[in-house]
Ligand binder design. Structure first.
Ligand code: SF4
Ligand code: SF4
Length: 348
């Protein structure tokens, strides 16, 4: 992989120049969170840890009309915008790679692939906060799945080239980058060591698939299911969740039918309901267990890695404190999370 360096002052002009490829999106502060926005790159916040909604929204929008039916014929309604997405962290890129596998390996989803081909992906390094645990899920560094990746050091960026397209982008902007020196490599190694020490979550993910499988009948699912609101937030914010629903909406005024694809959640009651009204996962506990066994066991046996990249979004988003960490702690016999503290109090 080729690597160059870029002066910090060149970043904004560099990103601005990419508008010739497509809309340039990056992380900006919104309230207490970060979101991706199409703004002038000067406004991008390089300290953003995790955006509220992950980058999957660019490849499979929350709601999209995929087909239209009018005058007896279907038409493809693929809307594909050329974009540059800047600021994806290693965990986000791992999640996108999971997305890519899911939507291309067995059946290619043309809506996903056309969006992916239209997007230039530029990653950015990060320093973890208290809820990051990508070091435990082996997703704290990234080697593929991006066009360019920027590592922010004290006074410069190292720019890693991850694709022929990324190479072309830099070749056209040669005056903005320079070759790296041995000293830059030393600085990078020091930065890696500093970052590694910043991770705070103290938990082991070793042997987790076996532990989750063996805990199929554990009462923790009932306890957590009793607290779960079935709101689906965890699945919406999770960068590797792929579920969607398809609905036909008839527009009576124009005599037109719109087939829509919408994000959906396995936490919703209707998710496992079949014709005739039978529901295979009526209880919230059953739906909760489904998500965690899918993430930590099922995905592992199908794709060789868990579908959790340690981004911490479920940790900061679940209104009742159910997340990968509280579940893993419960399954491994630890009950020191805020969620468990609340539950014990309620039981008294
Ligand atoms: S399960 Fe939670 S921590 Fe893991 S990838 Fe999904 S949102 Fe991030
Ligand atoms: S686990 Fe939390 S975020 Fe997920 S559905 Fe239940 S209450 Fe909502």
């Amino acid at each position: 992989m080729r690597v160059f360096k870029m002066e910090k002052g060149n970043l904004v002009p560099f990103l601005r120049s990419l508008e010739e490829f497509g809309e340039v999106w990056g992380p900006v502060k919104k309230g207490n969170s970060f979101v991706y926005a199409h703004e002038d790159p000067e406004k991008f916040d390089l300290s953003a840890i995790r955006t509220l909604i992950p980058a999957k929204k660019f490849f499979l929008p929350k709601v999209a009309t995929i087909l239209k039916f009018k005058n007896g014929a279907w038409t493809d309604n693929r809307e594909c915008k050329k974009r540059v997405i800047f600021g994806l962290h290693p965990c986000d890129l791992h999640a996108l790679n999971i997305y890519h596998e899911f939507y291309t390996r067995i059946y290619e989803d043309p809506y996903y692939t056309s969006n992916r081909e239209a997007t230039l992906i530029i990653g950015l390094s990060c320093l973890p906060d208290d809820n990051c645990f990508c070091n435990l899920t082996d997703t704290s560094t990234i080697e593929e799945g991006f066009d360019l990746f920027f590592t922010e050091l004290d006074d410069k960026f190292l720019v890693w080239v991850g694709s022929p397209r990324g190479d072309e982008v830099l070749a056209k902007r040669k005056d903005m980058v320079e070759d790296i020196t041995q000293n830059d490599i030393k600085e990078y190694i020091e930065w890696r060591k500093k970052r590694e020490k910043m991770f705070k979550v103290d938990l082991s993910f070793t042997g987790l698939p076996e532990i989750v499988s063996a805990s199929y009948d554990s009462d923790i699912w009932d306890k957590m299911g009793a607290a779960c609101l079935s709101c689906g937030t965890c699945t919406m914010v999770c960068p590797s969740c792929t579920c969607f629903d398809v609905e036909d909406e008839y527009d009576i005024r124009n005599d037109e039918l719109n087939r829509k694809r919408k994000w959906y959640s396995c936490f919703f009651r209707e998710y496992s309901m079949v014709a005739g009204g039978h529901n295979f996962r009526e209880a919230r506990a059953e739906r909760l267990r489904l998500w965690y066994t899918h993430k930590l066991v099922g995905f592992m046996s199908e794709y060789g890695e868990p579908a959790c990249v340690g981004c911490g979004r479920c940790v900061v988003s679940c209104p009742v404190g159910i997340n990968v960490l509280s579940v893993v702690r419960a399954l491994t016999g630890e009950k020191n999370d805020a969620f468990w503290a609340k539950t014990e109090v309620k039981q008294l």
